[in-house]
Design a protein around this ligand. Sequence first.
Ligand code: GAL
Length: 732
Amino acid sequence: MRTTLPFNDGWHYAPTQLPETANDGQFETVTLPHTNMILPHHNFDDAEYQFTSTYRKRFMLPEAREGRRVYLDFEGANTAATVTINGYAFPEHRGGYTPFSYDITDYIEDEAENLLTVHLDSSERPDIPPFGGRVDYLAFGGIYREVALRYVAPCHIKDVFIKGHGLLHGDERVEMEVTIRNQTDQSQQVVAVGTLEYWRDEMAVIEVPPHGTATKNIISDLRALPKDGYLWSLDNPKLHNFNFRLFDMKGFNSMDEKRLDALTVRAGLREAVFTEDGFYLNGEKIKLVGLNRHQLYPYIGQAAPERLQKFDAETVKYELGCNIVRTSHYPQSRHFLDRCDEIGLLVVEEIPGWQHIGDTFWKQISVDNVGTMIERDRNRPSIVLWSVRINESQDDHQFYVATNALARRLDPTRQTTGVRFFQDSEFLEDVFGFNDFSNDVEQPQSTPHLITEFNGHMFPTKTWDNEERQMEHALRHARIQDTQFGRDDVTGAIGWCAFDYNTHKDFGSGDRICYHGVMDIFRLPKYAAYVYGSQIPPEQKVILQAATHWSAGDRSGGGNNPLVVLSNVDEIEIFIGSELIGRFKPDREAFPHLPHPPFVIPVEMVWGQSHGNLLLVGYRDDQPVIEQQIALDGVPQNLLLETAHNELKADGADMTWVWFRVVDAYGNRLPFSNTVITLEIEGPGELIGTNPFPLIGGQAGMFVKAGDTPGEVTIQASAPRLKPVQVQIQVT
Ligand code: GAL
């Protein structure tokens, strides 16, 4: 029978290449996910993390083998890994974004200590995608995802693919494509049994050749099931466990039944299709509104644990109100995708790459990436497109015929896309992915047409930029989304991008950051974030944010005219000081198509004249439901300290965000505050980040990482002239 055990703690790490004979004193002890180097959030050289490191683990087999095969499963390590077990070196694995496994059975000791070594080359090897050209993002280094040890019978379930068919057409059924691997010298006759959790058992007899695999579809008829009960949708993202058991045919259905394997796979059933006139989920037309996401974090690179990964998905759905996200430009963490499945957030998943196409060997890795990505993720209902071209590359007929053919073979249930920046490129996919940097919506030349990027480098914006720029940044997102909403020949638009991210010197603002996010690198909002957030139906969440620092002279010429407010209310009443300026409606004339257009309001506030505070009162159905007040005096009144979660797991790897902000009397951040913030921590946890932190943009963040003992963590923040504040986190 199968056992899967986490294999993440007790690793030894050295930031250099050490031989197997090196003594333990040369290493520090670490837990995965791990970054090969903690860095500042900007102003560093990416050459700093591009070296070969050594990870090592001594272990006794945690469970007796009992005739089973033992596998070592890596979820991801950047970028090229050479794994050695007790002196036996496996061929180098190349590529940082997809999982890889080794059958270590023949090299391990049952009764003695085993020595596992990983030499990890984190340099930008030109033979490995995405490298070889210039890439607008950093890859960082380290075994940055989890590792597991897996025991399976020599004849076991290798893979299961759940395919819904005819879900809306009266012949609902699910095909469970089961692949069995036989690692014995004899051919094996087995019975695979599959069940959609509470539904009927279905089975197939499978003949598996020696040292080979065999695949069969087990079909389950769903016609008698109530449809509402099982479909996955954005509002009701129902997931199901499909349970599989594998038996030796000999003795099946008798007293000496021999069970070889059992596996549970989570999947969802839905119909998702891009057509000439739009995207349909379960037959319902949905306009796609989204943002691109890099899985990059300040300080820790890509080594973010489950909680932080899931938090990003929640942010994109619940704070930014998106219904789709693109995993630019590589397959992302399984935890992020798990959360997309769980909360109902659609995904375009992409292979690693950026503009550059390498030689034949490089392309072979890329084709392999297509296969590994699809085999890893094809049971996820959230994924609606496989993006199988190198982002923004030139045409390459043979290469892209191959990636498309492989995607269609491995997953006939999903359409493919490929992202380009020129419309006359050869259209080999099912959906034309287009990065539209025209500051408008270009007329599609091929349909179905999906805008996979816009804005980005056309208008980088920092949280401490002047008001006009931050406001215009928001309006640009609003204009493009509004225009695409009005166009039936565009299925949706995915803006560039959700979060600011670290990049090479050839891009960005010179400090190794591309300030292209609607949120900053700490996942704190710029005004543009509220363009997206305010599209959330007000029945779910009422949003109101003025795109102003409410100062007399931050804009050219002074004043705050027009005042832009991002909100999903019906009307807003505005007061300056105690004077009522009027009640206003959203600007439907300039934004006829967005569900909740920005409010663009004339306010006469003249430079040099004294005014009062700004008060906005939002109304729904003529009732006041939300307000925002902004002080005119700009005096820092409070230091705010917040965490994204108040609980962590005591596993030595769990982490959450700690944010600090300097605010006025009403809680608005002061965008030009450069106060130095100092954090202190007590209890079983550790802070990760620049500390003290000289603020920029009035807001920033660090991480708190759990130790491996339970207890209460207290974090205190202090800053000159402000009252210190504390937060508590329970580590359990
Ligand atoms: C695109 C590219 C993205 C990012 C963006 C910045 O061309 O696909 O990765 O670099 O530009 O706007």
